[in-house]
Design a binder for this molecule. Structure first.
Ligand code: IYR
Length: 225
């Protein structure tokens, strides 16, 4: 029997291959090593990336678990140079105000090692921008659909997205211009969708430098009971 009903709803058999503890160790070590190579990159080559790669990356993000399986996300994929220019101009306008005083001195000091500033050339240089929207509720055939744990669900999907971008061999920056409602206007999204994250994606510039910073050690993030 590959199917059974639980409280009237169809369930299908789900199996994963049998894996030995040794193989688990190897898989988990290899995945960690691969993910540990990921760095946030803000300098992109303008070299194009195949559209199908972007589709696969977004399909992967959309495999994320979500509250009551409502999948409360929309991914806008932008390659149109005019749209990218509009987004850059609007983002830089906000960032200029943020760096000019809206952000606290502590915040600006914390960002110093990352070398960020109000200028966002990557918003035009990256071949693709992905703008992730979270849906406060859904709309199906003109009816409102309740969504649950929206921020958590979309955050998890963004994690999958970032991992998929890295695994494909590309780089990205998780950019959160603040406030970012200009994205709703430029991309003409309905009011129940709120901008969540802006992710420029592409190849890194041939000569790229990233901040010399380290990750916390396991002992500093893991508490064993
Ligand atoms: N949104 C600004 C500032 C910024 C904030 C944090 I927290 C960062 O980790 C990085 C940047 C910007 O994108 O420059």
């Amino acid at each position: 029997m590959d199917k059974k009903k639980i409280e009237g709803f169809e369930h299908i058999r789900y199996q994963r291959p049998q894996i030995s503890p040794e193989q688990l160790l190897k898989n988990s070590e290899e995945f960690y090593q691969m993910m540990d190579q990921r760095r946030t990159v803000r300098e992109f080559d303008t070299r194009p990336v195949p559209f199908e790669v972007m589709e696969n990356i977004i399909k992967t993000a959309s495999t994320a678990p979500s509250g009551a399986h409502k999948q409360p996300w929309t991914f806008c994929l932008i390659s149109d140079p005019n749209l990218k220019k509009k987004i850059r101009e609007a983002a830089e306008e906000e960032e200029r105000i943020s760096y000019g005083g809206r952000m606290s001195d502590t915040w600006k000091a914390d960002l110093k090692p990352l070398g960020t500033n109000w200028e966002k050339p990557f918003l035009e240089e990256a071949p693709y921008l992905i703008v992730v929207f979270k849906q406060s509720y859904g709309m199906e055939n003109g009816e409102k659909v309740q969504h649950y744990y929206v921020s958590e669900s979309v955050g998890i999907a963004c994690g999958f997205l970032i991992a998929a971008i890295h695994q494909a061999g590309l780089v990205a920056v998780t950019h959160t211009p603040s406030p970012m409602n200009f994205l709703s206007q430029i991309l003409e999204r309905p009011s129940h969708e709120k901008p969540y994250l802006l992710v420029p994606v592409g190849y890194p510039k041939s000569e790229t430098f990233v901040p010399d910073i380290n990750r916390k050690e396991l002992k500093d993030v893991l508490i064993k009971y």
